[in-house]
Write a protein that binds this ligand. Structure first.
Ligand code: UDP
Length: 366
């Protein structure tokens, strides 16, 4: 029997590993697939609800690292994960995405000679002030199998000199979850629960430090959302980090009454809201992809994106963090000028199956 441990720590990781866990079921006689949750996100709304919504088993290992500075969190994950590797001696670990857990687990595995498969390899924003970019570069440089979700990733890895025989263009696992749960979220009652009309609202999320950590930027964002709310009701699913900053800067009661603030929502409810939104405004990575797949217009309030296919082929607009001219773009999109977009190659709901097949082949060859 071979053993594989997938390491998850944060909200987007759970969504990416759920289909991988399901795909391993086809190999249950030859591979044991275990899940290690580092506890990077521990909030009920960012963690437990996703295990329930995505029908994932309780994690086999819980490291309980909690939040801390980047160095401290990374170090704690490394210390705790080393113990898991020493006890379990897996044949390979799988790390999705670009969070501290991704990089920390990769560093430990690589020093212990354990194989690493990175899901969502090759994405680059070319902005090293983003902690995620550092996590991506380090993880890719240590990985034995690199699974790429969009063509830009193939080019980036090749430019970095990573040997092509380790790299696989596999598609997008986040879209696997979306495809699997679409029948369920299409029946969600969230619109009724929030008292909003499907097809007639703007959905927003913000959590990136560049947007929420500074008073001036965050108050400009609040004003911008108030302007958006003059066109349509705005639903703002507030990330705990953003909530903390809004409170710290006394901005929580500066929202107009047409901006509905909610706690972070569960996966099924949130996807139901994306599907019926007139427009999504965000700084999230994954939401740029989900809106592209669902053909919902998306404005990304960032200066760069590591997911350029969502702009070149999808429905995403990269609008910058200065919010210059963005109100006009919002207005134009709501008047019907949004690009239609198309679904990128291999975003077909079968990515996890392809990935697991390659992982199993690699284990059997090794
Ligand atoms: N999401 C969710 N509830 C929310 C906000 C986001 O379920 O209230 C989902 C979203 O649909 C996507 C994922 O969380 O699947 C994105 O996570 P996040 O924006 O935290 O991380 P990023 O993708 O930016 O790394």
């Amino acid at each position: 029997m071979k053993k594989v441990i997938s390491v998850v720590g944060a909200r987007p990781n759970f969504i990416k590993i759920a289909p991988v866990h399901k795909a391993f079921e086809a190999y249950r006689n030859s591979v044991t697939h275990l899940i290690c949750h580092t506890g990077q996100h521990f909030d009920e709304k960012l963690s437990r609800i996703f295990f329930d919504d995505l029908e994932m088993p309780q994690p086999d290992f819980y490291l309980g690292v909690g939040s801390a500075s980047h160095a401290e969190q990374t170090a704690r994950i490394m210390i705790e994960f080393e113990k898991v590797l020493l006890d379990e001696k897996p044949d390979m670990i799988i790390v999705p995405g670009d969070v501290n857990s991704t990089m920390a687990a990769s560093l430990v595995a690589s020093k212990m000679g354990t194989g690493i498969a990175h899901i969502e390899a090759g994405l680059r924003s070319f902005d090293r002030t983003m902690p995620e970019e550092i996590n991506r570069i380090v993880t890719d440089s240590l990985s034995d199998l690199l699974f790429v979700s969009e063509m830009s990733g193939m080019k980036n890895l090749s430019n970095e000199g990573i040997s092509g025989d380790k790299v696989f263009f596999a598609g997008n696992v986040m879209i696997d979850s979306l495809v699997h749960y679409q029948p369920r979220f299409s029946r969600s009652h969230i619109h009724r629960k929030l008292g909003i009309e499907p097809g007639n609202y703007i959905l927003t999320t913000f959590h990136r430090p560049a947007n929420v950590d500074h008073r001036e930027g965050l108050s400009k964002l609040v004003e911008f959302l108030n302007t958006c709310a003059t066109y349509r009701n705005v639903i703002f699913a507030v990330h705990p980090r953003t909530d903390k900053m809004l409170k710290q800067y006394d901005l929580k009661d500066r929202f107009s009454k047409n901006v509905l603030l909610t706690e972070p929502l569960g996966y099924i409810e949130f996807l139901a809201l994306i599907q019926k939104a007139s427009l999504v405004v965000t700084d999230s990575g994954g939401i740029q992809e989900e809106t592209t797949f669902l053909s919902v217009p998306c404005i990304t309030i960032r200066d760069n994106t590591e997911r350029p296919v969502t702009v070149s082929e999808g429905t995403n607009y990269l609008a910058g963090t200065q919010l210059k001219g963005v109100e006009r773009l919002v207005e134009d999109i709501l008047k019907g000028s949004a690009k239609k977009g198309k679904i990128p190659e291999l975003w077909d709901g079968k990515t996890a199956e392809r990935i697991v097949k390659i992982v199993v082949r690699h284990l059997n060859e090794g």
